[in-house]
Write a protein of this length. Sequence first.
Length: 400
Amino acid sequence: MELFKNSNFDFLGKKTPFIVASLILTAVGLGSLIVKGGPEYGIDFKGGAMMNVRFSERPQIDKVRAAVSARIPGEISVQEVTSGDNEVIIGTELRQDKELESVRGTLVDTLDKTFGQPQSGKLDFNNASQAALAERMRGPLQRAGVPLSEIQLQDLSKAIMDFRNTPPRSGLIRNHDELASVPGVTKSVVDALKQETYLAPFSIRNVEVVGPKVGGELRSKAIQATLLALAGMLVYIGFRFEFVYGFAAVIAVFHDTVITIGLFSLFDKPIDLTVVAALLTLVGYSMNDTIVVFDRIRENLRLTRKDGFKNIVNASINQTLSRTILTSGLTFLTAVALWLFGGPVLNGFAFALVAGILVGTYSSIFIASPILVFWQNFAETRRKGAVAPALSGAPKKAIK
């Protein structure tokens, strides 16, 4: 499919506004990074805990964020999981790994006071461990005359916990009577549970911890991965084409990465592992787009050298224009849909794709290609400058 047949746009003649725009975006982005002391890193890179919390009803995100921020110091992130299960992911900073248990306890207490009705002296069943449940059940069952050995008590507690954690409950019991269907749970057991436990309207389903030291290592490895990807592509393109082609392509991709990171700083968006994945994706995507243009330039140079190099580059861009619009346009629409409807969890990833595709598409045309033309003109000027002195110094033939 060809959108533009025999197009003859003077792209290189219109390069100046785009180069100026790139310089402005780069300067503003770098200025923002300098003022703010670098990019804002997510919990993945700073270290912290990510807790997946499921509520019995859809929670108010702002209310959750305000309640947790008031009790737990440092950066707090609250993201709604768009699965229809009333789940949110609460991220908190950790200065030391040993803080996890205290932070978890504070979080449970905060959510309990904000959304639940804690009952003094009773155990929170939906957030209790198997050991804590068995300990609470032991005394009431003995007083009720239920003969259970320690092994049987542990097996019964495990069966109750397994029932609580399996779908469709997935950690949330809304009524103690639901437990009557668990094998081994009699009326006496249900009464003991009602006596010793209460049902909070939320459950912490999963906790993932990234220690501060590990976060720092992830950050340095992410930077290394990006730089190594650029270096590898420079070597590949330098081998496949010429070194100047690789240099132009890497400068264009580096330009895309710097502007995208600058936009994250300007809009106060944190950079986490998903954003790094998006940046690496853009490095490959933008590089591929640039290689397509460069490959057509090389083919046209083989076919004709009568036209000037600038005209050949312009013609090559026009010949690949339909392919660029189709691939970049479709990918851009997909990224926009992901950005608008993907939810907070994917927002950073999608934003990086949207910004990177826009910047990467025009950089292949208005950044990488002009660098080639500039180098060609520079090399030609040097060649002519070297030939002129040689000719002027040559001995003149005698006139007979």
